[in-house]
Design a binder for this molecule. Structure first.
Ligand SMILES: [Fe+2]
Length: 282
């Protein structure tokens, strides 16, 4: 109970919490095994080459190899198929995790953003998929009282571009954004949103590198400013993400319980509906 109070207090103040060694080893092993299976089968079917033996240390060997050999049909299929793994749905529907969310979000009616989950596969030196400074609410909607759940089934180090969190920024509510569709059209980024914040304002928040290790879970607030680090290693930064929102919050009801971009619903389109003032944020 004391621990629970401490977690809630820390979360409320900083907007995130890291649960170390949260997942069972068997869950991690199953994910890695599936990734190897999917990628090696796709690679074998395409190249007819002999496949190396599976070892948890080389679970992503064929994903990285396919990326290097520019087999984008394989890499995109791996990405899509990861969302189809039953083990991922076990993670998403975990009662233990949902109870943690209920405590952090102070709500007993939660929804899962059904177009807001998947694996992140951050390739070495990639810039296109590198998440720029943002708050998840702008891309996902749902509710301003919502969380991102970050599952680490492999190490997420600073060198691999661990996400950077701006501690306490969630307490400032939603920042205004510009839509920069030109940069999306030019294929510089996938993300059209640009947070309107001055560097000196951003500097007021403590920067936290979200360094995680296999089996760790991190939860952070939908209003927390964060961005991807740059993956300077020669390895993939793997993570699984899902998002839970508060069905009781007025912003969720105003949004008709809809999610964001993936459901064709844009943050800036109708400011009256989507910009929720700080005073209303839990
Ligand atoms: Fe995000």
């Amino acid at each position: 109970m004391q621990n629970k109070k401490k977690i809630i207090k820390f979360y409320k103040k900083n907007g995130y919490y890291i649960f170390r060694n949260y997942y069972k080893k068997s869950i991690i092993e199953e994910i890695k095994n599936y990734i190897f299976y999917i990628s090696s089968e796709l690679y074998k079917a395409k190249t007819h080459k002999k496949i190396i033996k599976y070892d948890p240390k080389n679970f992503d060997y064929y994903v990285l190899k396919s990326k290097k050999e520019k087999f984008s049909d394989i890499t995109s299929s791996v990405y899509d198929t990861c969302k189809k793994l039953p083990i991922f749905y076990e993670i998403i529907s975990s009662k233990k995790t949902l109870n943690i969310c209920k405590n952090l979000m102070r709500s007993d009616k939660l929804g899962i953003l059904n177009t807001g989950y998947g694996f992140r596969i951050d390739y070495p030196k990639d810039t296109y998929w590198k998440a720029r400074l943002h708050q998840d609410y702008s891309g996902q909607l749902g509710s301003t009282n919502a969380v991102v759940i970050y599952t680490a089934f492999d190490s997420i180090t600073k060198k691999k571009g661990a996400p950077i969190l701006y501690s306490g920024s969630h307490r400032s509510g939603m920042f205004d954004t510009d839509l920069r569709l030109k940069e999306v059209k030019q294929k510089k980024t996938y993300d059209p949103y640009h947070v309107k914040i001055k560097q000196r304002e951003l500097n007021m928040f403590k920067k936290i590198d979200l360094v995680l290790y296999e089996r760790d879970m991190a939860i952070f607030d939908f209003k927390l400013l964060h961005e991807s680090g740059h993956n300077l290693s020669n390895k993939i930064r793997w993570s699984a993400i899902h998002r839970v929102f508060d069905l009781k919050h007025e912003s969720a009801i105003k949004n008709l319980f809809r999610g964001g971009m993936n459901e064709g619903n844009f943050f800036n389109k109708n400011k009256k509906t989507h910009i929720i003032k700080i005073k209303n944020a839990k």
